[in-house]
Design a protein around this ligand. Structure first.
Ligand SMILES: CSCCC(=O)C(=O)COP(=O)(O)O
Ligand SMILES: [Mg+2]
Length: 261
């Protein structure tokens, strides 16, 4: 695959995680199964704690929104207020979370709870965040050239910091100037990218977004952000039309910063 020149005006690289910096298999085969295996025990152990109560509250708000939107699933209604039976209430939360995960939903409520659950696993060394080999050297190179590097993932900011803070390559948090998650808006909506540009304090045109998902790429482009689509093993196959529409790279090494050769 050919090299892709980063536009000369670029001052910020905005990176997706799953399928871009990190193999999809790490998320699907390690992070998500951890949640499924530990969910019920986690809720039972932390049910009375403020953080867990806030997580359940957010899930309930999301379930109410889903009901308003007629987004029916096998189990999607949480009604904690009427439950005096803790076990039953926990069961409802478990069913709701598993239903959301089966649909790979990116709701802030789901992502916040997942982030809180992974904290203990990372801290105990049971999980280490995976990053592709080309990622760290490329980011260090970009930073030496004066570019800023931000993360934008559906995973909560806390989950992002855990992944990079406890990574197979050690603590990588000093590689990033900041993190964004769905609190700024969904990754498939162009307004989210406008907000990110505002928050960083630069025009959208000065940002290059790297992602594996063309719906995200399209939303970013609509906001005026430059985009390169990252093709990694196991990523969703692109259509011929998508391949012709976007600049593609299989490694960050293919991104050339003008004047740096
Ligand atoms: C960064 S934490 C785990 C990943 C995750 O939960 C997720 O939804 C990944 O979404 P992305 O926007 O990075 O593709
Ligand atoms: Mg992705």
């Amino acid at each position: 695959m050919a090299t892709v020149a980063i536009p000369t005006n670029t001052s910020v690289l905005l990176l997706d995680i799953e399928g871009t910096t990190t193999p999809i298999t790490f998320v699907k085969d390690i992070l998500f199964p951890y949640i499924k295996d530990h969910l019920e025990d986690y809720l039972s152990a932390h049910w009375e704690e403020d953080e867990c109560k806030q997580d359940v509250h957010l899930l309930k708000k999301q379930a109410e929104e889903d009901t308003r939107q007629h987004r029916a699933g096998p189990v999607h209604v949480l009604d904690q207020t009427v439950h005096t039976d803790e076990e039953k209430a926990i069961r409802e939360v478990v069913d709701n979370v598993l239903w959301q995960m089966a649909a790979d939903r990116k709701t802030t409520a789901l992502k916040q709870l997942q982030g809180h659950m992974w904290r203990a696993a990372y801290a105990a060394g049971r999980i280490k965040g995976e990053v592709y080999q080309d990622v760290v050297p490329a980011i260090r190179r970009w930073r030496r050239l004066g570019l800023k590097v931000y993360i934008y993932s559906s995973g909560s900011v806390e989950a992002q910091k855990l992944l990079f803070g406890y990574s197979i390559e050690g603590d990588l948090l000093d590689l990033f100037d900041g993190h964004f998650d769905t609190n700024i808006g969904p990754k498939v909506e162009s307004k989210s990218y406008q907000r990110i540009a505002d928050r960083i304090g630069c025009p959208p045109e000065d940002i290059m977004f790297l992602t594996d998902v063309t719906r995200e790429a399209r939303a970013a482009e609509e906001a005026g952000v430059n985009v390169t689509v990252v093709v990694r093993p196991g990523n969703m196959e692109l259509t011929e039309e998508e391949k012709s529409q976007y600049s593609l790279v299989t490694s960050f090494n293919q991104l050339e910063v003008p004047g740096s050769a």
